[in-house]
Design a binder for this molecule. Structure first.
Ligand code: GDP
Ligand code: ZN
Length: 322
């Protein structure tokens, strides 16, 4: 709202640099962006995707942002970013960087082979909880022996995820149908460790040539990238976000007390801890540690919590020293 109002004001007071055009940031290459202008819906041609730069370096712009652009010497300039519904972060060598904005759900793709790291899905669930985004756990390659993976899927369901079981290889039609039902009218960010079949599944949803072409498209600087996060419109109201080079969600923005609250298995037992600010470490009367000792909370989940807590404390003290 504020963004649109300021664009109008610019036009009225004569400082305007031509008509303001609204659109969606669909890709980012360093300081360059690709914006799908809203006019794209009329002709739906690739030509209505334009290269753009941000007005000044201070304007934070993320894939998924709704933006307003002006045009200067043939180049689109992003003048303002509308308020975001939410923002997800990725972790990059101990630093947290914005990944995508305005997401409805996170689809976590995993498979029995290669063996998945449970922590990947756990981090994704935490990121989803922190951003108030719905998690969907997708077990792919169900044509392979998958007892252990099914146990993981059940755990993810207990932790709050909607679940799907697919085989992109042996039952692509059913996989496409189920994915369509989940993705219709929603903005879905797909994540997964490499080799799980995420690309194969996305190719069932989006025209594979479009996808491959978009991901290897050259930015204005001529730098080719196949690792950028990319937003694909999916039907009139939905979108699918592919993030091929993505490894882990960044959780560095979460505080220590947030963490246990975002882990449903810990949150369920921690209410009667003796101390209201219990960190579930060495404190007496800790119900989380008691539940771990009784086997109600898995040791791996508890170790995961401790590891995140250490990282959160380190991140906090770094912030305090800056
Ligand atoms: P990504 O790294 O997650 O994007 O994974 P890919 O889509 O590139 O797939 C990795 C490998 O898994 C490829 O060899 C695919 O052919 C294979 N694959 C994908 N889906 C299935 C499936 O449902 N069953 C089996 N057995 N293999 C699959
Ligand atoms: Zn406790």
């Amino acid at each position: 709202m504020a963004a649109a109002a300021s664009a109008d004001a610019r036009r009225r007071d004569g400082r305007g640099r031509g008509e303001s055009e609204a659109g969606r940031v669909v890709a980012r290459f360093g300081q360059r962006y690709i914006v799908a202008l809203d006019s794209a819906h009329v002709g739906a041609s690739a030509a209505t995707e334009v290269d753009a730069i941000g007005r000044g370096r201070r304007l934070a712009i993320v894939v998924g942002d709704r933006v307003h652009c002006s045009r200067e010497r043939g180049l689109h300039v992003i003048e303002s970013v509308e308020a975001r519904r939410n923002l997800l972060f990725r972790a990059d060598a101990n630093r947290t960087k914005p990944l995508a904005a305005n997401v409805d759900q996170i689809a976590i793709v995993f498979a029995p082979q290669p063996p998945p790291q449970p922590q990947f899905a756990w981090r994704a669930l935490l990121a989803a909880g922190a951003a108030e985004v719905a998690p969907v756990a997708i077990l792919n390659k169900t044509d392979l022996e998958c007892d252990a993976a099914l146990t993981q899927l059940e755990e993810l369901a207990r932790l709050g995820a909607r679940t799907l079981r697919l085989s992109a290889r042996t039952n692509p039609q059913s996989a496409a149908l189920q994915l369509e039902q989940v993705c219709r009218d929603r903005v879905t960010l797909f994540v997964g460790q490499s080799g799980m079949g995420k690309s194969t599944l996305l190719n069932l949803l989006i025209d594979s040539q479009l996808r491959t072409g978009a991901l290897s498209r050259r930015g204005t600087h001529g730098r080719q990238t196949t690792t950028a996060t990319r937003w694909f419109a999916y039907g009139p109201h939905g979108a699918v976000i592919d993030s091929p080079g993505f490894h882990e969600f960044g959780l560095g923005h979460l505080s220590a007390p947030d963490l246990a609250g975002l882990m449903p298995d810990l949150a369920a037992v921690s209410q009667p801890c003796r101390f209201a600010d219990c960190q579930h470490l060495e404190e007496p009367g800790c119900q989380v540690r008691a539940a771990v000792a009784r086997g109600e909370i898995g040791r791996a989940r508890y170790e995961f919590y401790r590891q995140l807590l250490t990282q959160a404390c380190e991140a906090n003290s770094l912030r305090a020293r800056r």
